[in-house]
Design a protein around this ligand. Sequence first.
Ligand code: FAD
Ligand code: N01
Length: 543
Amino acid sequence: MAQETSASAQAETKEFDAVIVGAGFAGMYMLHRLRGLGLTACVFEAGDGVGGTWYWNRYPGARCDVESLEYQYGFSDEIQRDWTWTERYAAQPEILRYQNYVADRLDLRRDIRFSTRVAAATYDERAGLWSVATNRGDRVAARFCIMATGCLSAARVPDFEGIDEFEGPWYHTGDWPKEGVDFSGKRVGVIGTGSSAVQSIPLIAEQAKHLTVFQRTANFTLPAGNRPLPKEEIEKSKATLMQDRRHARTTAGGIICFEYNETPAAEMTPEDRARELNDRWNMGGFAFLGAFGDVMATHEANDYAAEFARAKMREVIEKPEVVDLLLPNDHPIGVKRLCLDTHYLETFNAPHVDLVDVRKAPIERITKKGIVSGGKEYEVDCIVFATGFDAMTGALTSIDIAGRNGAKLSEKWAAGPRTYLGLGSAGFPNLFFITGPGSPSVLSNMIVSIEQHVDWIAECIGRLTEGNIRSIEPTKDAEDVWVEHVNEVASTTLYPQANSWYMGANIPGKPRIFMPYAGGVGVYGEKLAEVAAKDYEGFALGA
Ligand code: FAD
Ligand code: N01
């Protein structure tokens, strides 16, 4: 892996065609596409290397849950052919190596300023330029400002009272120390039972002397079925990846490794339903949610899947006192992100692993020595916060973004994000979001959605530049119609029925709005193409 270097510090305002914020999958590909247009771009990245999610989330057990052969770039046949994945679900170090390999191949780092956080972006209407300021005093100006800041990059530790008094070390899964953590001989407390916890708990338990897991909501989790990838499967994927990716863009989830059964549950016999669920459970991964056409749309269909999953989960839990606690029963399956695990539930069979129900008795405070819930102090030597992210909007609203007339994005979005197509927001010319709220983003294979957005943005910028068009921004009318459409589509699903981060429910005070677009990558892609073909219908173009 090449060492990360950074672009030289900017003492005074320097001008570029574009500024990109973030150097994860999105920012890296955006930079590559802008270079291809002959434009200059400066990327700012808070971390000291590329990778985004896979740079920050180094907790034990971190790996993708979209299969590696699909969770990779699909824009370059050479790049994909020269890289070989080793496991069905690649682990974090392998994904980060892959991202560094791509950065090497495309010589990306020379335009990336690392260890630099963008603090503010202000639109200068007269000059038609974004002025971007960083925490290190850089100031750059650019016609286009592209937020590749990530949907799950603003790690959040809840405001527990007393956290500063805790005498041991604590960690957040989304900001894990590079050097790793040795839990040997330690009493560990893990707060949270989402995907990050489900992946890390089995490995933390292997090391720890004692592990106490603090659970607010039991989650549906199913065996990932991870395994080494055989040579033939890899070769087959390499031969067809480019066409597979074109296909993936026409699907609902940007994934082609399994097909959705479109038949509604009620139209199937009980035997067919059971067979479908069983086969898909055994496949491992998200195929399970494709068992019937209406799993995510009706309670009846969802209940079949949820009941099946609970029965399977129950089979591996041995301690009678935790069975009921570990089985999710307060939300439909799939409306909170489904977890894929490797021996998560089995971990609770071990005598040194305890589960504390913090739904019944919420965490009251952190003390010098541990965590207090239900009036009882649980002593621990270290704490792992697997408490998730201020998802979808957190990274954007933490930047002081001011558009026309100094209007702030964070104020405009105070009652929930407002975008047209998840790509831009009225009043903020030439500001693009990659996988922004109102786009399929986190409901899909994110790399497919990232490439879909980057390609659209690159084509748009290319056409504006060629046509000498100074600016583009959503009209308020188009934005209002889109926001309404996003809500309408969500309301035809079961998604709004859970306290999920999709709904902003994990952040106290955050408006409860279903933020991603549930219409699917394929349908959404058709809309993007239509808008571009109609000379950016719904956008105002400034001469
Ligand atoms: P990110 O990778 O989040 O990168 C954004 C970057 O922007 C970060 O490096 C951040 O430091 C930087 N940044 C943000 N704000 C600023 C600022 N103000 N100044 C400077 N830099 C800034 N998706 C899937 O489709 N499949 C999976 O299997 C999958 N697994 C996941 C596993 C984990 C543990 C997590 C947390 C997420 C997972 N995701 C998965 C979602 C994942 O976030 C995306 O797949 C993808 O990596 C997002 O890439 P990105 O470039 O859009 O954002
Ligand atoms: O975060 P989460 P995550 N007191 O928000 C609990 C992706 N990802 O980092 O459910 C007590 O899901 C919270 O409880 P509740 C994936 O998209 C993918 O695990 O809000 N508990 C929950 O249990 C995923 O969905 C992978 O009631 C508190 C947990 O903390 C997303 O990233 C791996 C609390 C947070 O779970 C986020 O996952 C990892 C409080 N005050 C991540 N506050 C893959 O497998 C929060 N919690 C690929």
